[in-house]
Design a protein around this ligand. Structure first.
Ligand code: SF4
Length: 294
């Protein structure tokens, strides 16, 4: 198998076959992100993709779940992606391809493009939505607004393409979590993603956000506020959706159907937040000052 960049995918896709389709991210300038530093965006050669598919066919001839690896393979033009999708289908006629898209990738495509790509196997898209707070989107240089999120995702819906979203709490900074949560829920309530991943931003050394944090330009929300941002957002969400939280950037580990479990979920999250008031917040804060998460 050929891997010329990092494999970054949602936790729920760990059991997929990873095929490198692109390397890097076309944008590569969100201020909190260093995933693809040192890996300029490029497309994998068709020959390489086919060699990898052959290898998979030899080892796992019944494979069905594929992850098209890269920061945002959906950025490729429709003809190129269709060519790649058809190559997957040649070797794995029952294969389903999931991959990342940026919101601007969605908005550059028409509903017809998305329908063609769905027919070529790209049936499931993961969008790093992050937040419905436009000020925060601008501050971290996401390169799109919540209006763009709505228009891009509605096109996916019109084309019948399944999609999931990634939420990144804490991007609005200290004391802004509650308002950001309500704005985010307002955007989500106009859409129909089938999974949302809960995350809180990690301030990674080497990023612009880290510099802003060091110089005091970015005031980081505390753990209690981050949890309450999740709580407020989930409370206001009317979506029929699965919510996934993993303990890498949150203190939680669950994968639940939101509406039937909302009351119990919020009860447990609030209980955790209350326990933070007794000195644990301070301990976490100290760890964060060293960027040494406890
Ligand atoms: S779009 Fe995603 S991968 Fe690209 S820089 Fe932003 S967060 Fe990183």
């Amino acid at each position: 198998m050929h891997y010329n960049g990092p494999i970054v995918r949602p936790q729920t896709d760990a059991d997929s076959v990873f095929i490198e389709v692109t390397v890097g991210c076309t944008h590569n300038s969100c201020t909190f992100c260093n995933f693809y530093d040192g890996y300029p965006f490029h497309v994998a050669p068709i020959k390489q993709i086919e060699e990898d598919l052959f290898e998979v066919k030899n080892q796992y001839p019944k494979a069905k779940k594929f992850w098209a690896n890269g920061g945002n393979p959906y950025a490729l033009n429709t003809e190129k992606l269709e060519e790649i999708g058809k190559l997957f289908q040649k070797h794995f006629p029952d294969g389903r391809i999931s991959t990342y898209a940026r919101v601007d990738d969605l908005n550059r495509k028409s509903v017809e493009d998305m329908t063609r790509l769905k027919e070529a196997g790209f049936v499931d898209i993961v969008v790093g939505f992050e937040t419905g707070d436009d000020k925060a989107l601008e501050y971290v240089n996401k390169g799109y607004t919540s209006e763009d999120v709505l228009s891009g995702c509605k096109k996916l819906e019109e084309a019948g393409v399944d999609y999931r979203m990634i939420f990144l709490g804490g991007l609005s900074g200290r004391d802004n979590g509650e308002e950001a949560a309500k704005k985010t829920a307002n955007v989500l309530n106009q859409l129909h993603p089938y999974i949302m991943y809960l995350n809180s931003v990690s301030i990674l050394p080497g990023t612009k956000l880290y510099q802003d944090w060091e110089t005091g330009i970015f005031k980081e929300a505390g753990e209690h506020e981050n949890i309450m941002e999740f709580v407020t957002m989930l409370e206001h969400m009317k979506n029929e959706i699965m919510i996934f939280a993993a303990p890498n950037t949150t203190p939680f580990s669950f994968f639940v159907d939101l509406q039937p479990n909302k009351e119990e979920l919020l009860r447990q999250m609030c209980q955790y937040a209350q326990r933070l008031d007794d000195g644990r917040e301070e301990k976490i804060e100290k760890g964060r000052q060293k960027r040494d998460y406890v």
